[in-house]
Write a protein that binds this ligand. Structure first.
Ligand SMILES: C[S@@+](CC[C@H](N)C(=O)[O-])C[C@H]1O[C@@H](n2cnc3c(N)ncnc32)[C@H](O)[C@@H]1O
Length: 348
């Protein structure tokens, strides 16, 4: 249970961690909100919940079942697929605007069209179902998709944290699983700051930060021309063009030529390669220092320590000093025992 004032934040986090039991009713009582969990959280999830929601308490509670029927994929497909095939149905469906994205395992491949049709039936607002047909790769961090239901397209309009985003999943990186992280970073920004979003994509850190602050300047850089075009469109759609300056180019060159020594805060959301750009972030910060949000993929048993150490090691090669790490947290699980971690570091 959480105090009622934290209920919205708790729901966002538990949804993101896929811990919410949608079959049970959320209940309010004496200023507290009781939220049903579908399973016991893992240790790292618990750490994250305790970090983000210091007033949370985990307890037994008698929840009431929801009367409105939740349509489950497994129910829709139970007369079409064998039980052992049903057991491997995708647990996670990501929703980006009116597109649903799933991962189809090899044993489900012959049934992908039935799965696509079932998702369309279960989620009335979904118009397209895509299956991931490659891992995320390349400099632009893209993957390929196959349409397994509805209209064959990868463009949509997605709403997140009160902003609207034009997205093209095939042309520019976007993940709806980062929505809480976008919100968390934007909420740390202070008025009058200058921020460099080094790997901005279509702009979810930049646009939200500009939209939620009256007086900030955000330089949003990406080298993918399609991401840059969508970023421009999103800055305009959310009326933050001007506070946000979209820039097309390689961040190293952009900082060297135009953004040296200007930033109070730098966002480094390129988890597989951010370590190679710590020197660029150091150059981008004002001489008196500032904050770096450093992201990294980690597959070691102590992911937070590993990310902290890698960042500190990379920083030590520069003419900067680590004043402290205000937070290190797991952003999300990427694969079994592989995590995306963020380190918020104060630099002098
Ligand atoms: C993981 S995506 C991050 C997107 C965005 N921050 C978000 O939260 O949705 C990384 C982005 O960095 C861009 N990128 C990769 N290397 C770059 C570089 N050297 N300079 C500028 N952008 C780069 C890619 O094109 C990609 O859009």
């Amino acid at each position: 249970m959480v105090p009622r004032t934290s209920a919205e934040k708790a729901l966002a986090l538990l949804t993101q961690l896929r811990l919410l039991d949608a079959g049970l009713r959320i209940q309010a009582e004496n200023g507290y909100t009781h939220i049903p969990l579908s399973r016991e959280p893992f240790a790292w999830e618990l750490e994250r919940i305790r970090n983000d929601l210091p007033n949370v308490s985990l307890c037994e509670y008698e929840f009431i079942e929801r009367h409105d029927k939740i349509v489950k994929l497994v129910d829709l497909l139970s007369d079409k697929l064998l039980p052992q095939v049903l057991a491997s149905l995708p647990h996670a469906v990501d929703f980006v605007g009116d597109i649903a994205v799933v991962e189809i395992s090899p044993e489900l491949e012959p049934h992908k069209l039935a799965i696509g049709a079932a998702i369309l039936k279960a989620h009335k607002r979904v118009k397209t179902v895509l299956s991931k047909s490659s891992p995320v790769n390349g400099v632009y961090r893209l993957r390929t998709y196959e349409t397994i239901g509805g209209e064959a397209r990868t463009r949509t309009v997605h709403r997140e944290n009160g902003c609207v985003y034009h997205v093209d999943l095939a042309k520019a990186y976007f993940s709806s699983r980062l929505s809480y992280e976008h919100l968390r970073v934007a909420s740390l920004v202070k008025e009058k700051e200058t921020i460099i979003d080094m790997f901005a994509g279509i702009g979810p850190f930049s646009v939200l930060t500009a939209k939620t602050h009256a007086n900030v300047r955000v330089y949003s850089v990406d080298m993918n021309p399609d991401a840059y075009e969508l970023l421009r469109k999103n800055a305009l759609a959310n009326r933050v063009m001007g506070k946000v300056t979209p820039m097309l180019g390689d961040i190293r060159q952009v900082v060297n030529e135009r953004l040296t020594g200007v930033a109070d805060r730098v966002i480094m959301n390129l988890p597989e390669r951010a370590v190679e750009y710590v020197d660029v972030a150091c150059r981008a910060l004002k001489p008196e220092g500032g904050v770096i949000h450093y992201y990294q993929f980690v597959d070691t048993p102590e992911p937070l320590d590993t990310a902290r150490d890698r960042f500190a090691e990379a920083l030590s090669q520069n003419d900067r000093r680590l004043l402290g790490i205000s937070e290190a947290r797991i952003v999300r699980g990427i694969a079994p025992f592989k995590y995306q971690v963020v380190v918020d570091a104060e630099i002098k």
